[in-house]
Design a protein around this ligand. Sequence first.
Ligand code: SF4
Ligand code: SF4
Length: 433
Amino acid sequence: MPEQSAYAGEPQPELADLDKCTRCGLCEQACPTYKLLSFEPDSPRGRVFLMKEVAQGDAPVGEHLARHLYQCLGCRACETVCPAGVPYGKLLERARYQIERAGELTPARRNWRRFRSLAFERVLPSPGMFRAAMFPARVLQQVPGALKFAQSLPLPQKVRRLVRMIPGGQSAPLPARSADSRGRAQPGRTKRQRVGIFLGCVMRSLFGRVHRATIDVLERNGCEAIVPQGQWCCGALNVHAGERNAACVMASRNVEVFLAAGVDAVIVNAAGCGAMMKEYAELLGDNERTRSFCAKVKDVTEFLSGLSLEPGFASAPARVTYHDACHLAHGQRIRRQPRELLRGVRGLEYVELPSADECCGAAGVYNLTQPVLAQAILDKKLDALASTRASVVATANPGCAMQIQAGLLDRGSHMRVCHPVELLAESYDAGLR
Ligand code: SF4
Ligand code: SF4
């Protein structure tokens, strides 16, 4: 397995992409940061203008550019509404890469670079170091009662927020299934497809319960699910932080592993990872192997919508709402499939969330690097959730789940946060009883 990828050069925002912007301003009211700050450089149009100034050589890659591009959530809501097809997400990633390659800026940016270098160039690319970093969170998850106790402690604000982001419900280790081991499609069923489960980094460490539910639902619907060994993080957090070298290595590794496994589809249950993996050509270069891999990547709700699903019956009635993860709704244009999945579970009452596709403020590490803006954006999401009077909110991205859970706990809300497939898997379990 090659450790070095075909690294796709020194990417910069291209004038051809920047020139697509007609400055119509239709994106302004879709942009969470513009709606909060009402400042043109914190709007999509303003940020495209700043990038264009640099691309034309009219402005340096300086602190002004860095401040406004790092205040951007990268939510890509602007892409959804843009009539001119400005590829904002791609432009942002390239511009952040440019910023990180430029000389030292302010002391604050020096601190960010230290954090970025440790987190994205050393810890994240190393499964061992990442596991070690996640160890305290996993201990809190595994010891009965420990997480609830820690989340109720009067800790310093930043620590309390981190502890409240840790998801509960991790009870058993992930099933160990390599590419060689056989999945267990339900007896008596025709095997529909052989699929590979992408585990990711945060999902693998803290959301084993979602992976188990994903595998259960796929098998229940006649698929053979395997977990190819040697896969690792998708690289999205790195790329969003302007780091591409380690991201390329991790991406190349995933392409090799899943192509070697010979699966019909690569199933992803984290929106940010899926969006990244479908766009690996931007990172690795547009070649046959990358194209073949990208074509196989499917969000689990997207994949399930192509099967005629076995119906599920909820064990107890519940009112459920759904928050669109930005990288599912805007990054992958997947909105209908998770809603249909939830509406298909009999016994669940589905209620639409107002402004469901507006960012929750998680946005990778945004809630850590821009805590004030992130909290203001989260508050709007929590108000919308409260207005639904739902007892469960489903969302298909770990960052959103953690951010929303922490906000709900801060407000003393008992609303449950889960992935849509968990509700389907539970409904199957209920039917078996
Ligand atoms: S909607 Fe698109 S074309 Fe119009 S200002 Fe925004 S980015 Fe430019
Ligand atoms: S990605 Fe989101 S926050 Fe950034 S400019 Fe677009 S809409 Fe605004």
